[in-house]
Ligand binder design. Structure first.
Ligand SMILES: [Zn+2]
Length: 217
C-alpha cells in the first residue's frame, strides 16, 4: 500500500494518490468497440439529414458541422431568477452552448479522423472561440468532449460541446492565479517547468514531437 501526497502545481494544493487502487477489481463496463457500427444511423440526431429534438433538420453536411445546442444549459436571454434567500446567491446563467460534430460519419472517433479533418476541426474550434468571445457577456469559453456510455453520453456520433459563459470557472481562475504566483516567485513560466519536469522524469509521457507533448500528470 502506498498512499502518497503530491503537490498539484496548477491548483496549489496537496492531492492524494493511492496507486495500488489501480489493482482493485473492476466489475463495471468496459468501453464499447464502435468500429463495427454503421457510418450512418437513422436514429442519431447528429447524423446528416436527420431531425433533432426540437424539430431542426441537420443539413447533408460533410466534415465539421456546428449548431446551437437544442437543450442549452445557458442562454443569452436568460431571465432574472427569483432572488435566492438566506445564505444563497443567484444570477442568470447567460451565454451560449454549441455542439460540433467532427464528421458526418457516425462510427468514427477523433483519433480515427484523417489529419486534414483534424485540421478542419481545430480551425472550427478557433472560429467558434473568436466568434463567441466577441459576445459582450461572455467571460469564458470551454470546449470539451464527454465520451462514452460510462460518463453518460448516449450518442456515439463524434462530437464535442462548447460552453460560452458569463463567468470564469473556478478551476480556470485557480490555474491562472497559480501561474501568476509562480512567475512572481520563480521568474519563469509554470507550464514550461511542468513540461521540463515531465520530460526529465519521462514515465508519464505518452507522446512527444517537435511541437507537442502529451502526458498524464
Ligand atoms: Zn450519427
Amino acid at each position: 500500500m502506498a498512499w502518497e501526497q503530491r503537490w498539484h502545481p496548477l491548483r496549489e494544493e496537496w492531492v492524494i494518490i493511492a496507486s495500488h487502487r489501480n489493482n482493485r477489481p473492476w466489475s463495471g463496463k468496459t468501453t464499447d468497440k464502435i468500429a463495427s457500427k454503421p457510418d450512418y444511423d437513422a436514429d442519431c440526431y447528429l447524423c446528416p439529414g436527420n431531425t433533432r429534438v426540437g424539430g431542426h433538420e441537420n443539413p447533408q453536411y460533410d466534415g465539421v458541422f456546428s449548431f446551437d445546442n437544442d437543450h442549452p444549459c445557458v442562454g443569452m436571454d436568460s431571465p432574472e431568477p427569483e432572488p435566492a434567500s438566506g445564505i444563497y446567491k443567484n444570477q442568470p446563467a447567460r451565454g451560449k452552448a454549441r455542439v460540433i460534430c467532427y464528421s458526418a460519419k457516425h462510427n468514427l472517433t477523433l483519433a480515427e479522423l484523417a489529419v486534414n479533418e483534424i485540421d478542419d476541426l481545430l480551425a472550427e474550434w478557433q472560429k467558434q472561440y473568436t466568434e463567441l468571445s466577441a459576445i459582450p457577456d461572455v467571460k469564458h469559453i470551454l470546449t470539451f468532449e464527454n465520451k462514452g456510455h460510462e460518463v453518460g453520453v448516449s450518442n456515439p456520433h463524434p462530437h464535442c460541446q462548447i460552453y460560452a459563459n458569463n463567468f470564469v470557472f473556478k478551476t480556470i481562475e485557480t490555474e491562472v492565479n497559480a501561474s501568476v504566483n509562480y512567475r512572481a516567485k520563480n521568474d519563469c513560466n509554470l507550464f514550461s517547468d511542468i513540461i521540463k519536469s515531465e520530460k526529465e522524469d519521462g514515465r508519464r509521457v505518452l507522446f512527444e514531437n517537435d511541437n507537442a507533448i502529451a502526458f498524464v500528470p
